[in-house]
Design a protein around this ligand. Sequence first.
Ligand code: ADP
Ligand code: MG
Length: 656
Amino acid sequence: MDFSSSVGQLPFVGTTYVDRLAKLGINTIGDLLHHVPHRYDDFRQIESVASLEPGEVVTVRGEIVSIVNQYTRSGRKIQIAKIADDTGTIYVFWFNQPFLIRTLPVGTKVSLAGKIGWWSRAKAIVSPEYEIINVGPPGGEASTHTGRLVPVYHETAGVSSKWLRSRIKTAFEKIDPKEFKDFLSKETLKKLNLTSFLTAIKDVHYPKNLEAAKNARRRLALNELLDLQSANIKKRKQWQKNKVSYQLTVSQPSVNQFISSLPFELTTAQKFTVKEILEDLQKNIPMNRLLEGDVGSGKTVVAAAAAYVAFVNGHQTVLMAPTQILATQHFETLKALFGSFGARVSLITSAITKQSLGRADIIVGTHALIHTKARTTDAALVIIDEQHKFGVEQREHLTKGTSSPHVLTMTATPIPRTVALTFYGDLDLSTLDELPPGRQKITTWVVPETKRASAYNWIRSQITSNQSQVFVICPLIDESEKETLKHVKSAKEEYLKLKKVFADFKVDLLHGRLKGKQKEKVMANFKNGQTAILVSTPVVEVGMDVPNATIMVIETADRFGLASLHQLRGRIGRGAKKSYCLLFAEDPSQKAIERLEALKTTKSGRQLAELDLKLRGPGEIWGSRQSGIPELTIATWSDIDLIKASKKVAEELVGP
Ligand code: ADP
Ligand code: MG
C-alpha cells in the first residue's frame, strides 16, 4: 500500500467507514497518516493499584477479577468491574457499554488509562480507556490506547479516536516504507532543525514526549506549507512562460501629464505602486500583480494610470467588477478621468453587443458580462477588481495560446503580509498602506447593551438634525440560519424590530437572498437618500459608495474578525461629514471588548488582521471563508517563521 491507496484497503474498513472517514477529509492512507491529533492524553504514568490517588491521570495494569452489568434507577446500564494487580484491587466503572462483559471477561489482563476518582467511599477508575494485554508481562505490550501519550483526533459520528488509533497502527504496518523517503536533504533538515519525514509521521501519532510531538507537528506543518508554496511557484513559472499580448512602452512625460490632470496629489504609496506597475507593463512577460489596499486607499486611480499607458499605446483595457453597481461606479470614475484625453470608455451591460465595443479603449463591466476569452485576450491589460469575489482560478482563463494580457488584480481584503505572500504567492504584491489625506476620521465606539436605548436616541437625533443615513449590519439573514447561534442577530429580525423603534423613518432591508432587481432597488433608495436606516447582512462590504451614510451599527460584532469589521466600517466616512461606528457585542467579557476596542485606535486593515491572528489564532479571522483563503490543517498562518522558511525551501526544491 502507498499513500494514495484508498483507506478502504485497510482491514476492517468497509464502505461504511470509507464514507465516514470522507467526512473527516480522509480518503487515502496518506490522508489517514496525516490526520494529526489535536491533543494528547497523558497516560504515561503507570502505577500499581495500591499507590493510586484520586485526581491523578494514570495507566493501571491488572487482571479482571469480576465484571457485571447493573441498572441504575434511571435505567442506565453501568458496567462494574474489579481489577487486581500484585498490590491490591480497585473498582472500574463504565457506562452504557454492556458488551464489555463479553469483551473483558474475568481473567483478562487489561491496561486501563484514565482519571482516578471516588465511587461512594472507595477509590475507583471511571470510564477509562482500556486495552487488552495479549502477551508478555503487564506493561510489555499494550501501548496503543494506554500507558503513553495517547493521541486524541478530530472525530465524526461512528469514528472514535480509539478506532482511528487502531487503524493508524495498521496503516503503519501495511504501508510501503518507501513512502517515507524524505524529499528534504539532510543539510536542509539540519539547517532548519527539522525532524525527518518518517520520524515526524511516527512521532505525531506515537510521541515519546510532548517535545517530540511538537517537533513532529512542525515538520508536517512545513510539508503542508511546502505544498502551497511549490504550487504557487509552479503557477508563477507557468504564467511567465506566456508572451505578453502587447508589449507596451511607457512615456514618462505622458504619464506625468495624466497624473497632474488628477484633482489630487497621489499618496506616496500610490506613486510607488504606479511605478511598480509601469515597470511591469514594459516587460515582455505579462504582469500578474495583486494590488492590495484598504477600502478608500485609492486603488482605482492606480489602475487607471496603467489603463492610460495601454491607451497611449493604442490598446484596449478591460476592467471587471464584481457587481453591476461597482461596474457603473468605475465607469463614471474612468469617464471623468479620461474625458480630456479622448479615451473612449464603455460600460458593458447585457444590452450592449460585442460589436459596438470594438471601438472602446476601456471596457468596464461585471465579470459575468466580459469574462470571455475574446474580450479579455484582445486587451493589453485586464484589471480585476475585488479579487476574492471571483476566485483565483479566474485569472487562469486569461491566456490565449501562449500569450496573455497584463493582469492587475485589486483587493481590499486585509490579510497579514506573510499570508498574502503565501496564498497569493504566484503573484507580485503591491500594497497601498496609507489613505489619502483629509479623510474623515471614523469614531468607533463599543457600546454596552445597557446603553442601547440611548444609542438609538442619539441616532434618531443625528438623522433628524443632520439627515444622516445609517447602516445596521447583522451577521445572519434570518432565524433559520441560527441553529445554535441563539444570540446572533439576524437582519430580518432586526429589521422588524427597528421598523418599530424608528417608526417615523424609512427603514429598509438588504441581504444576499434578495432577487437582483429588488436588491438594486433597495440600494438605489438608500443611495438617493430615501431610506434612513438600512438593515443589512455584510453584503454591503464590497462596493457601495454612499457618502451620506455616516453611521454604522454592527450587531454581534464579536462574531466578525477585526479586519472584516474594519472593511465594513469603510462603507462610512466617505463624505464630508463626520462618521461613527457603533459596535454591539454578544460576548460581554473583558477579552471580547478589548479585542473590539482595537478598532478605536487601529486604522489599518492589515494591522488589524495581524492583531486578530495573534488574539484569536487562525480560523475565522479576516473572514477567511469569504476571502477564499484556505484553512490550514497542520500549519498555522501565525507561524510566520515557518512560512518564511517554507518559501525558501520550496524555491530550492522546485529549482530555477
Ligand atoms: P478603493 O481603494 O477603495 O478602490 P477608490 O479608488 O475608490 O478606493 O478611492 C476612494 C476615493 O478616494 C475616491 O473618491 C478617489 O477619487 C479618492 N482618492 C484616491 N486617491 C486620492 C488621493 N491621492 N488624494 C485624495 N483623494 C484620493
Ligand atoms: Mg475599489
